[in-house]
Write a protein that binds this ligand. Structure first.
Ligand code: 5GP
Length: 180
């Protein structure tokens, strides 16, 4: 099952330690407030579950699913919501939680869409950041780990819907893929 994903990049212990640090920063920044945490399906579901359980401030949770198109040369307008959140966000403090920031297309498009709904504040938390892959300038407010340009799976991240259950983040090397 883990044949193409044998190389551990981030062991689960390191991930959980970093999640606790991120949650402590978020607790500090939002002290006395209440957060609506919006997870980006599907990849962020495990990270979100760990983050909200490490938070001490009150939070509610919603999810969004999006498709992004294009190679990175297209604008952030190429993001389409496939499943919208149920919650109204006007006037609320919003934290978008995403698994990985790669080209920046998905998050810059999603942030544009959500900002039009007039939240009181909007920040972004990502577990992983691949800065060398960016085609649209985008900086997340909370970043778990900056990683090199490799395709990773595990801890919610998939390859064709497999490997999400792995507790560590692993480098995926498919002998058939040019990404290997
Ligand atoms: P962006 O729009 O920033 O290029 O891409 C964000 C999305 O691409 C992520 O939410 C994720 O679904 C996918 N993605 C980017 N890099 C990786 C990776 O290394 N592994 C996996 N599993 N997904 C990735």
């Amino acid at each position: 099952m883990v044949d193409s994903a044998t190389e551990i990049l981030l062991p689960k212990e390191d991930i959980l330690r970093r999640v606790a640090e991120l949650a402590a920063m978020i607790d500090r920044d939002y002290a006395g407030r209440e957060l609506l945490v919006i997870g980006v399906l599907k990849g962020a579901f495990i990270f979100l579950a760990d983050i909200i359980r490490a938070l001490h401030i009150p939070s509610s949770v919603d999810f969004v699913m999006i498709s992004s198109y294009g190679s990175g040369r297209e604008s952030s307008g190429s993001v389409v919501i496939k499943k919208d959140i149920d919650a109204l966000i006007a006037g609320r403090d919003i934290l978008i939680v995403e698994d990985i920031l790669d080209t920046g297309i998905t998050l810059s498009g999603l942030v544009d869409i959500m900002k039009k709904r007039n939240p009181a504040s909007l920040r972004v938390c990502v577990l992983l950041d691949k800065p060398s892959r960016r085609t649209i300038p985008f900086t997340a407010d909370y970043v778990g780990f900056s990683i090199p340009d490799a395709f990773v799976v595990g801890y919610g991240l998939d390859c064709n819907e497999k490997y999400r259950h792995l507790p560590d983040v692993r480098i995926f090397r498919d002998p058939e893929s040019s990404y290997a």
